[in-house]
Every structure is written in C-alpha cells, then in structure tokens.
Design a protein around this ligand. Structure first.
Ligand code: GDP
Length: 450
C-alpha cells in the first residue's frame, strides 16, 4: 500500500459517549490472543463466537462482565486480529476497560484509525472507507441507504469498471507508441476513438449518479429571510413533512449561527436564519452576525418569505439588497388561504415565485419541487450511491482528460498521456493514487473508535 504504519495495538471505545445498555471496547493489532487470555483470566476465545466472561484487572479483580469476541486476522474489519469487549455502557466502566487494555500494551486509537487500517490492509478501498463515516453521519434515510451502497462497493465497482476499460484502451495506445509505423491506422482499426466515446458516456453516467449522491450527503444550504410572524416555522414544518429532522453537530459550524436542519425528500436542508441580522453594538451578537454572513456566502438559495397580505416590507428589502449577487432567490408568498391568492409557482421580475399556505400545505409541494430542482436533485435516490465533493472533483478531472484525449487522438503521445491522467484521477477515488497527506485529512475527520 501507499505507506507503512506501525502495527501497534490500538484500542478505543466504539460506542457513543454517554450511558447505554452495552458499551464496546474495540482492540486491533497483531497477535492479540495473549491480551484475550489476560483480560479473561486464561480463557481461549473461539474465533467469531461470543465468549461470556468477566473482564479482569491486573490484580485479578473483575472490572465488568460481558461478551468477548475474537476475530483473528485477516478475517476481521481491520485485517488484523480484532477483539471486542462488550461490557456495560457506562463511562467509568469503559474507561477502566480501556486502561486495562493500555496496561496490556495497547495504545489509544486516533480518530478513524480502525477504518484506516482496514484501508491499508486492503479490506476496504478509500471510497468504501469514507462511506463508513457517511453512513454513521447520514442525516436522512436516503443518505443512509446510499452510504450503505457505497460501503458495499457499488461506487467503487463503477470506478473499477471504468478503469478496466481505460486500461484496455491504454494498452492499445501504448502498443502504437512502441510501433510508430502502425500508428493512426492501427488505432482506427481498433476503434480506439469509438471506445473512448463509449468510455466517456459511461463516465458521464457515473458522474450523474455521484452528483445525486453528493447532494444526499451535503444537502442544500438555504438562507431564510422573513419578518416575525410571516410563517417561517410553519413553513419549515410543512416542508419537512414526516421526515424527522436530525440535527448533527457538523464540524466547523458554530452554534451561534442560527441554523435549523430539515429533510426534503431525503435531501438534508440546512437553514440559515437571518432573523438575528441587525445593527448592534453588542460584541457577542456582532460575532454571531458575522458568522451568519459567512454562512450566507456559502448558501445555495435564498428563500424570501412574506405574508402575501403585506408584500415585501422595507426591512426585508434592505436584507435582500445585501445578499450576494450570485445567490439565486425564491420569493414565497405565504398565507394564501387568507389572501385568496392562487397557489402555485410562477415567475416575477426574473425570480421564481411560489404562493402557498404553510397552514393548509397548499402549494408546499411546488416549493419542494422547485428547491430540489434548483440544486439539481432528480428526486429519485434509488440506485444512488453516496459520494463526496472530492469524488466529484476527481470525476470532473477524469472527464476533462478524456475530452482532451478525444480531441488529440491523432497525436498518439498526447493521447496516451491524457489517458494515463484520466486513470490517475479515477484511481484517487478508490485510493490507489491518493497522496498521504490527503489520506491523513480524510481519516482525521472520523470519530475515535471508527
Ligand atoms: P414565524 O414567526 O415566522 O416563525 O411564524 P409562525 O410559523 O410562528 O407563524 C405565525 C402565525 O401565523 C402562527 O399563528 C401561524 O399559525 C400563522 N400562519 C403561518 N402560516 C400560515 C398560513 O399559511 N395561513 C394562516 N392562516 N396562518 C398561518
């Protein structure tokens, strides 16, 4: 693999912090049987069976009792020996178990280190390893299902197919380089350009699916602008429908930016509320406002909500004037049941407009459809595998190199080089050509114990 690691024994609590019925300590390393013996006072666990036992401290006293599972490498998650101690889920007990493991020679694992070892030992490729984190962090059922597809190799499988085709094509082209006299004739007979076009079509299909997958993962960022009482909360509830909003603590975001999370048809929607944007001398409030503006800079859509009986009032006009030019806007006129407006979508002054009633839900579907359309979500998560920005970037580069290859195919050396670059870009997704520092970044974003 790309780089070697010290095969030390690592341990971590694999269950979520806090109290629970069961808590799991996971250990990975080489030759873990002595550790199993020591902790169970001499028992030899049968591989992949649950062994009921007390877990013992160095002085022979019991720390806890529960199940010990032993997965000898290479048939384990990390590819090394793995032991799981399933004890009681209390922080103190789990800490004592960890301390015992450390006393027996293990060290505390770094974030994502178990998954990283699985990657380094070829148990998972990089796209699969990333989907472990994405499955755990999934904010909607569709995102979770798609992450599982990626984990099971659906995405990597598509990439492997592309790379295999590419290798066949490269062999043809490289053969021509070795025998220049045959050159272009030979490539024409072998239908090299036809193959290239079919490959590109296939790549574009994967790109389309991956884009949908990335939307399911990243969701959309909506700036919500509206005066008090226009129906902001009512509209959020109406949009969310039966989908339960799960608020995750995303690294890098702060609690003082007013945010809400809902899910529309499986797509997580991060709402940035502009209610707190006003002139102030309060230092803390100023920081909050600064952060709200930063969030607005990265948003996908601004949603302006007004009471259709009042129209757009001057305070709202002021905020609208301060929004970034590039940010697309949707004007939503709420309370159509009171104003008697005809619900539905239209366009006014170049902006899409939706009239609806957050109370009766009339017209809410039109807004949902519009928002999903604006970010390019097709609404069908069937067959979609979860993907990340990193993957989309690699696919886009691969596509650019293929296009260049098609353009320059008669200059065989350039043709060959562009195909080589295409393969490198695709291989970054599965981790074959991923630089070490990027691997470090990817795994450091995992939680400890994963
Ligand atoms: P917010 O302050 O902008 O979050 O507004 P709320 O969602 O709390 O709504 C303010 C009031 O308007 C509440 O009494 C809602 O029930 C009511 N309301 C919101 N949307 C509608 C609507 O479409 N029609 C009617 N009739 N009332 C609405």
């Amino acid at each position: 693999m790309n780089f070697a690691y010290t095969p030390s024994t690592i341990c971590a609590v694999a269950t979520a912090p806090g109290r629970g019925g069961v808590g799991v300590v996971r250990i990975s390393g080489r030759g873990l049987l002595p550790l199993a013996h020591a902790i169970s006072n001499g028992k030899t666990p049968k591989p992949r069976y649950a062994t009921y036992t007390d877990f013992y401290d160095a002085d022979g006293s019991a720390i806890d009792n529960g199940l010990l599972l032993y997965f000898p490498g290479p048939n384990s998650f990390t590819g090394e020996d793995v032991i799981e101690l399933q004890g009681h889920g209390g922080p103190v007990v789990l800490k004592m178990l960890l301390q015992r493991c450390v006393a027996l020679g293990a060290r505390l694992a770094e974030p994502g280190e178990f998954t990283k070892r699985a990657f380094l030992n070829d148990k998972l490729d990089l796209a699969q390893a990333e989907s472990v984190a994405d499955l755990i962090d999934a904010a909607s059922e569709s995102a979770a299902k798609s992450a599982l597809k990626s984990l099971k190799g659906a995405f990597s499988g598509e990439i492997h197919k592309l790379v295999d085709e590419l290798i066949t094509l490269r062999m043809l082209v490289e053969a021509t380089l070795d025998f220049p006299e045959e050159d272009i004739d030979f490539l024409q007979k072998a239908d090299a350009v036809g193959r290239l076009h079919r490959l590109r079509d296939q790549l574009v299909k994967v790109q389309t699916t991956a884009k949908q997958g990335a939307l399911l993962r990243e969701g959309m960022h909506v700036v919500l602008i509206g005066q008090p009482n226009v129906g902001k909360s009512s509209l959020m509830n109406a949009l969310a429908g039966d989908d339960i909003a799960i608020v995750t603590d995303i690294a890098g975001t702060t609690r003082d930016t007013v945010r809400e999370e809902i899910v529309i048809d499986g797509v997580p929607v991060h709402i940035i509320d502009t209610a707190g944007l006003r002139d102030t001398d309060d230092v803390v409030e100023k920081i909050g406002i600064e952060r709200t503006w930063q969030a607005i800079e990265r948003a996908d859509v601004a949603l302006l909500l007004v009471d259709s009986r009042d129209g757009i009032v001057p305070e709202v006009q002021t905020i609208l004037g301060q929004l970034p030019e590039r940010l697309p806007r949707v004007h939503v006129f709420n309370k159509a049941d009171l104003s008697g407006d005809k619900v539905g979508r239209s366009e006014e002054d170049g902006h899409p407009v939706v009239r609806l009633s957050a109370r009766t839900h009339d017209g809410v579907d039109a807004l949902k459809a519009l928002l999903l359309e604006m970010i390019g979500y097709s609404g069908d998560s069937e067959g979609v595998f979860l993907a990340r920005e990193r993957h989309l970037d690699a696919i886009a580069r691969a596509e650019a190199h293929l296009t260049q290859a098609a353009h320059d195919w008669q200059q065989v050396e350039i043709f060959a080089e562009e195909l080589r670059m295409t393969q490198n870009a695709l291989s970054e997704i599965t981790g074959r050509f991923t630089p070490d520092d990027l691997l470090g970044v990817i795994f450091s974003r995992f939680c400890i114990g994963k």
